[in-house]
Design a protein around this ligand. Structure first.
Ligand SMILES: [Zn+2]
Length: 102
């Protein structure tokens, strides 16, 4: 039970990280895996890619395919809708942190 709840909460945090980094510039999967690892989120590509795909079909991310060293690499960038979601998430997160730290 406690694992399930944490996983749901972390999934939200992870999506906020993705929106934040993909807003600063295009990002690709292995970059995000490394970045998330520095925050203590150990994920496999098999977990990350469906999240990126869902965020893309939900209109939060825009995908661009580029060929790098003969390989196709998928880059993601935060859309305007994604930026709005990030802004709301940031406000809610600040409010939450303020309250639970009291
Ligand atoms: Zn981050």
């Amino acid at each position: 039970m406690h694992d399930k709840v944490l996983r749901k909460i972390f999934l939200g945090f992870i999506q906020v990280h993705i929106l934040h980094h993909a807003k600063k510039g295009s990002v690709y999967g292995s970059f995000l895996l490394e970045e998330l690892k520095t925050h203590g989120y150990e994920m496999s590509p098999g977990t990350l890619y469906p999240i990126l795909h869902n965020m893309q079909t939900g209109g939060l991310l825009e995908k661009e395919e580029k060929t790098v060293n003969g390989k196709i690499r998928k880059y993601y960038k935060t859309t305007q809708l994604g930026e709005n979601v990030l802004k709301d998430a940031r406000e809610k997160a600040s409010e939450l942190i303020r309250e639970i730290n009291e």
